[in-house]
Design a binder for this molecule. Structure first.
Ligand SMILES: [Zn+2]
Length: 287
């Protein structure tokens, strides 16, 4: 969400989005200082959370050294030292997204160490899987998680496709699918997966990054599923109950808390700054 505009937040609220989880991500360009990660983690757990709240959306984060930047050993080591402090923050719900990208030795090392961090803290994990040679990447991912011994019911293995979803579900994991407008997993293919596998332990995520992506992807998939005759209780499970069940296990929120509408007043300040940029504030109260 850090690369998204307030229009996106307004469109998301209007479409029914009430909570988001922002996984620590790369920025499209490699960072060169650990301090850049420190500020980024501060931003997604602080200012970005505030910004979302000013449009009625609860914002949570997952924190990690991502796979791409794990390939810079000196940097990754320094960022690892920052993680414990952030994993304790009240709005951090998971370690992630960690995993393999190019399947290098360094990716393996930091993936494993962060799985251990999550296991020690009993935290959910969001796992990225490689886009090239997907199937072997997922096989290696499952093997490593089993070796570390994480509880599979706390782990979302993401970026699945038709070839991998079955084995992820068989392993007892949550099967995540991040929907992009055209490439990777798109809405039509996601609908076919739900029609085949059902909604148990299936997660559907919107892509919402600095590239061609769409933070309303979940709504696009929900509409298509509805047209295919999928019932409202099944849609509720897929788009609300499933993610709430997994990520509430972090202790960051309860389902009841999440199901109360967030009140906001856009004249509120965060570190002396509001989202208004001189515009008139919107205030929403629920009684
Ligand atoms: Zn990913």
């Amino acid at each position: 969400m850090v690369s998204r505009t307030t229009d996106d937040y307004m469109a998301m609220y209007k479409a029914g989005v009430r909570a988001v989880i922002e996984p620590a991500f790369w920025l499209g360009q490699a960072r060169t200082h650990a301090g850049s990660f420190d500020d980024y983690f501060q931003m997604i757990t602080g200012w970005e959370r505030f910004r979302a709240s000013q449009f009625g959306i609860r914002h949570y984060s997952a924190i990690c050294v991502n796979a791409k930047e794990a390939n810079n050993e000196e940097l990754a080591e320094a960022v690892m030292a920052l993680l414990p402090r952030y994993l304790e923050k009240e709005n951090v719900v998971a370690v992630g997204e960690i995993g393999y990208d190019d399947m290098t030795e360094l990716e393996h090392r930091y993936f494993k160490r962060q799985l251990i961090l999550a296991k020690e803290r009993n935290l959910p994990v969001i796992v990225h899987t490689p886009h090239r040679d997907k199937k072997n990447g997922v096989v290696a991912t499952i093997q490593l998680i089993k070796e570390v011994g994480n509880d599979p019911s706390l782990i979302c293995i993401d970026h699945n496709n038709e070839e991998t979803v079955g084995m992820v579900l068989e392993g007892g994991f949550w099967a995540g699918h991040t929907i992009y407008p055209r490439t990777k997993m798109d809405a039509e293919r996601m609908v076919a997966i739900v029609l085949k596998y059902g909604t148990e332990r299936i997660l559907v995520n919107s892509s919402a990054d600095w590239g061609v992506s769409n933070p309303l992807s979940t709504c696009v998939v929900a509409d298509l599923l509805q047209k295919q005759g999928v019932t409202q209780p099944e849609l509720d499970k897929l788009f609300w109950e499933n993610p709430v069940e997994l990520f509430s296990r972090s202790g960051a929120f309860t389902r009841a808390e999440l199901e109360t509408e967030l009140e906001f007043d856009q004249s509120n300040l965060f570190n002396g700054n509001s989202v208004l940029r001189g515009q008139a504030p919107e205030i929403r109260r629920h009684h």
